[in-house]
Design a protein around this ligand. Structure first.
Ligand code: PMP
Length: 315
């Protein structure tokens, strides 16, 4: 779908997966005027296909589009486009319990501009890919390295939206951490370097006793849809949930740490290393993250009744 000069989008069309042409002067290529989203379609036990909180993705893209001065498809246009793309690819939605179809919507400044500024025309497109269960045992724990040099998002920047420009800057830190044997990097706030923010592509939570805490959304952290869902489920389970600034010391002393995101689901953290010191955390069957994970994945895959209106059938 392409936008016209009034910022409205044309009716889209379905085309086989492949390459597409774009002007070398496109704002997305030159100035990074681009956003993406990520969500999943799941096959239920009865064979029907459902999406998880797709309207949240539509709204997050809208918020990002405002920040990057792009028109965005309406929530209705976004949801319909996702549904149609999934229907056209329904043979790729894995059987119940065997994974999901990952859906990647993109919004980009596709029109050419030479002076620095927003594109005169934007393109919205969606592609999909079947994926297996992220971790075969559903809960392979992560070992994280707290990065105290490179940062991910600065105050006033674009860390709070899903801008494509947020991702290449984490490659270096993540590659270095992986080379040292860690799974991923936990970034600190760029302003003071004292508080944890998020992992390269997921939000983070710590558990201490009955209190579950996660960094508050203040413009430098992506408002994750899994994060939002986990907060609700944790409250339902009777935990106290705090959205606050979390100093590194609190992380070191936590009982449990876990990450949340569309791709990783709810993923336990077994250890965190900061300045050569390693803290270890509880994982496994009796952990809080495991309990939350079972409920969330149950709702997403349709084996637990969705009483929250989070899921939408595609047909
Ligand atoms: N933070 C970042 C930087 C991400 O890329 C993602 C993945 N979208 C998340 C958090 C988790 O967001 P969600 O739960 O909506 O997938």
């Amino acid at each position: 779908m392409k936008s016209n000069k009034d910022g409205n989008f044309s009716k889209g069309s379905l085309t086989p997966y492949g390459t597409f042409e774009i002007s070398p002067a496109a704002a997305v290529l030159n100035y990074g005027q681009g956003l993406f989203e990520g969500l999943k379609a799941y096959r239920k036990e009865d064979g029907r296909i459902q999406l998880f909180r797709v309207e949240e993705n539509a709204n997050r893209m809208k918020m990002g589009a405002e920040r990057l001065l792009m028109p965005s498809p309406s929530v209705e246009e976004f949801v319909n486009a996702v549904k149609q793309t999934v229907l056209a690819n329904k043979r790729w939605v894995p059987p119940y319990g065997k994974g999901s179809l990952y859906i990647r919507p993109l919004l980009m400044g596709s029109g050419g501009v030479l002076g620095i500024g927003p594109a005169p025309e934007c393109t919205f497109l969606i592609f999909t890919s079947p994926i297996g269960i992220w971790y075969k045992d559903g809960s392979k724990p992560k070992s994280l390295l707290i990065e105290d040099g490179l940062s991910r998002a600065a105050p006033g920047g674009t860390g709070g939206v899903k801008s494509i420009t947020n991702y290449a800057p984490v490659f270096e830190a993540v590659n270095e951490a992986k080379a040292k044997g860690f799974t991923d990097v936990l970034f600190l706030d760029a302003a003071t370097g004292k508080y944890i923010e998020e992992v390269s592509s997921c939000n983070v939570f710590i558990v201490k006793g009955n209190i579950i805490s996660t960094p508050g959304i203040q413009g430098t952290i992506l408002p994750g849809i899994t994060r939002k869902s986990v907060i609700e489920l944790a409250l339902d389970f009777g935990y106290q949930v705090e959205e606050r600034s979390i100093p590194v010391e609190d992380v070191i002393e936590a009982d449990e740490v876990f990450c949340t995101g569309t791709a990783v689901g709810i993923s336990p953290v077994s250890s965190i290393t900061y300045k050569n010191k390693r803290a270890k955390y509880k994982t496994g069957a009796k952990s809080v993250s495991q309990k939350l994970c079972e409920t969330l994945t149950g709702i997403q895959s349709g084996c637990i009744k969705d009483t929250k209106g989070w899921t939408v059938l595609v047909e």
